[in-house]
Design a protein around this ligand. Structure first.
Ligand code: SF4
Ligand code: SF4
Length: 262
């Protein structure tokens, strides 16, 4: 079991479960005694949509962003690739994006920074229910819980602008909670690469579609080629659907009859 899976099991077994109308007290703003303290030496797993937003914010290609700002941890029983935000190589291990005034990529900050102090758990069947639930994360360094502002879960999520993050989060979970992974299977090296490219390295995925025999093999909807060539969000939605086909054989994308005849 990898570190991420171990943490998930602890949450499922021990953390109190919150619903949309449950309340908590919290505030994070300049002036709290711990301001910026959480933006160092922290493990932040990046979702595909986090990478899309950050690389566009910074004007980088996905490949440049991945090389400069991320790590790819590899564990023995890992089922699919995950991406970690790389911290700076200084004593405090500060995030590359933190400044005295706070987060310099605030409008495009990752899902985990946006949701904190909330987390969202999605149990698989047989893991203590299969309903998603929210929980409170309380980092030791965080004094935001001493503030008196009261939130419901729903109001916090609205305030933090999570809607597009949630949409893409659901699509990502169609992959990561697929029955293939629920059966504890791992991807082989080739399929790990496909997952990595279509989820995390969108500009390479777009080039792969354009320059390989992809468009001769798959039957796209009218106008879809133009949309995925022009729009990263369309490309990511398409990538999730294509991966369900390419990794697990789900009928999410049509193969051209000429490709079937081979
Ligand atoms: S991305 Fe922004 S909010 Fe997240 S750790 Fe870095 S500086 Fe802090
Ligand atoms: S430690 Fe908590 S209150 Fe302090 S800056 Fe980070 S999130 Fe905000």
């Amino acid at each position: 079991m990898d570190a991420l899976e171990r943490f998930k099991q602890t949450i499922l077994a021990e953390y109190p479960r919150l619903a949309e109308n449950d309340t908590f007290r919290f505030a994070c703003r300049p002036g709290v005694p711990c301001f910026n303290a959480c933006c160092a030496d922290v493990n932040i797993f990046l979702t595909p949509y986090d990478i899309l937003r950050l690389k566009n914010r910074l004007g980088l290609t996905s490949d440049e962003f991945l090389q400069k700002y991320t790590l790819v941890p590899i564990e023995e029983h890992q089922q699919y690739p995950v991406i970690l935000l790389k911290m700076q190589d200084n004593e405090a291990k500060t995030c590359h994006f933190v400044t005295e005034k706070g987060c310099s990529v605030y409008e495009d900050r990752p899902w985990a920074c946006r949701y904190y102090p909330l987390g969202l758990a999605s149990p698989r069947e047989g893991e203590g229910g299969n309903e998603e639930f929210f929980f409170l994360l309380h980092e030791e360094v965080c004094r935001g819980f001493e503030e008196q502002d009261e939130w419901t879960v729903a109001r916090w999520r609205e305030d933090q602008g999570v809607t597009p993050y949630d949409e893409f989060g659901r699509l990502f979970k169609d992959l990561t909670l697929h029955s293939y992974f629920r059966a504890q299977k791992q991807l082989d090296a080739g399929r790990m690469e496909l997952f990595h490219m279509a989820c995390y390295d969108l500009d390479t995925f777009r080039r792969f579609i354009r320059e390989s025999t992809f468009l001769q093999r798959f039957d796209l909807e009218p106008g879809q080629e133009e949309r995925i060539m022009a729009d990263d969000e369309e490309l990511l939605r398409f990538g999730f659907r294509w991966l369900l086909f390419a990794l697990f054989g789900d009928k999410t994308i049509k193969v051209k009859p000429s490709a079937l005849r081979g």
